[in-house]
Write a protein that binds this ligand. Structure first.
Ligand code: SAH
Length: 345
């Protein structure tokens, strides 16, 4: 690792000041900023509208810690998984999920994960560190490029559903979204971004206070505390009552409906009491439910519930006027589906 400063840690204003302090025009800062973000330049040499002297001066002071896509795998269903090498050699994964009408980028926010969900492969990796804003941004930019290359259109949606718990890396995730939505970055609408969390009440309230414009998804999986704590042990610290309160706060402030992600497992949450509890939880704030297909991660402790059990969920939820979607998994053959990101390759 170099001791020079990472230039992308600077704001545009700081870049402008840097040039003024070095006897150049502030405007030069804007040019460099555009190269760094909108054009994703990997080197100062690439900044062809700067003089050689300017490029050398930048080289003396800074580095560009750009990610490298180390390994790319393509699934037979068109899903692409990138193993991304960070400047310090650590690896995270991100996924491009194409449908006929759009492409979604699923990006990571941490190396490993702070949480300990029993059904998720990422939880088995130790949390090594938080990703920087530029490392999150670069994952999105890389997938945008791949989308153009393979599917002939730009990236349309982003989900923070890769490795890590985004609300445990709040500041950097917010900074990355700022860049992703800025016209000087990727210019994407926040309405096309969804942040998924296991549910950190304090941070959900913070997001509401910060008046974020993106969507919120919560990985619920059970609306019964005792059961939820068994499969998502951190629920003991952030119980459902606190989660509920934070979601009510979110809705009061944002007026935006919440998505609950939910996997139904045989012998775990496939009973009537589970459905009833979910229906009750859904009555607190406007929401919809995404039933996610389970992606086995090995030992067979968890198993996808029977089609009958899933149908029970669907019909009961619908009977209560709750919108429910069934989400088929994508990219299973390359370990790119929900819960499978674990740096296997
Ligand atoms: N930490 C955040 C972001 C990860 S999103 C969160 O928990 O929301 C990954 C999504 O995949 C979550 O909804 C998670 O509960 C779900 N998931 C994890 N393991 C899974 C598995 N084996 N099969 C299907 N979904 C899984």
């Amino acid at each position: 690792m170099s001791t020079k400063k990472d230039i992308r840690a600077l704001t545009k204003e700081q870049l402008r000041e840097f040039f003024v302090a070095n006897g150049d025009k502030a405007f030069r800062g804007n040019q460099v900023y555009e190269w760094l973000w909108n054009k994703s330049a990997h080197s100062f040499e690439a900044m062809t509208n700067l003089s050689k002297a300017t490029r050398e001066m930048l080289q003396e002071h800074f580095v560009i810690n750009h990610i490298e896509v180390d390994n790319m795998q393509r699934s037979k269903d068109g899903t692409v998984k990138n193993a991304v090498r960070l400047h310090d050699g650590l690896i995270v994964e991100s996924v491009l999920i194409p449908t006929e009408t759009r492409t979604t980028a699923c990006v990571s926010s941490q190396v490993g994960c702070s949480l300990d969900c029993k059904f998720c492969a990422t939880a088995r990796l130790k949390r090594m560190r938080n990703l920087n804003p530029d490392e999150i941004y670069d994952q999105v930019a890389a997938i945008n490029k791949e989308s153009l290359l393979y599917y002939n259109h730009k990236l349309s949606n982003i989900v923070f559903m890769g490795m890590g718990e985004p609300l445990m890396n709040y500041k950097n995730v917010m900074k990355s979204i700022e860049k992703i939505t800025s016209p000087e970055g990727l210019g994407m609408s926040p309405k096309r971004i969804t942040l998924s969390t296991s549910g950190v009440p304090k941070m959900i309230k913070k997001m509401a206070d910060d008046e974020v414009k993106f969507n919120l998804a919560v990985s619920l999986h059970s609306a019964i505390d005792e059961k939820r704590t068994k499969i998502m042990p951190f629920n003991a610290t952030f119980p459902l009552a606190d989660l509920r309160e934070s979601l009510e706060y979110w809705y009061a402030k944002t007026q935006r409906r919440i998505t609950y992600e939910y996997v139904v497992w045989g012998g775990i949450n496939d009973q009537k009491e589970d459905i009833d509890a979910l229906i009750k939880f859904c009555s607190y704030v406007p929401c919809k439910v995404n039933l996610i297909e389970y992606n086995p991660i090995d030992d067979g402790e968890f198993q996808q519930a029977s089609p009958q059990a899933i149908n029970n969920y669907i019909s009961n939820l619908e009977m209560h006027g709750i919108v429910v979607n069934v989400r088929r998994s994508r990219g299973k053959d390359i370990d790119a589906a929900c819960g499978q990101l674990a740096n296997k390759s």
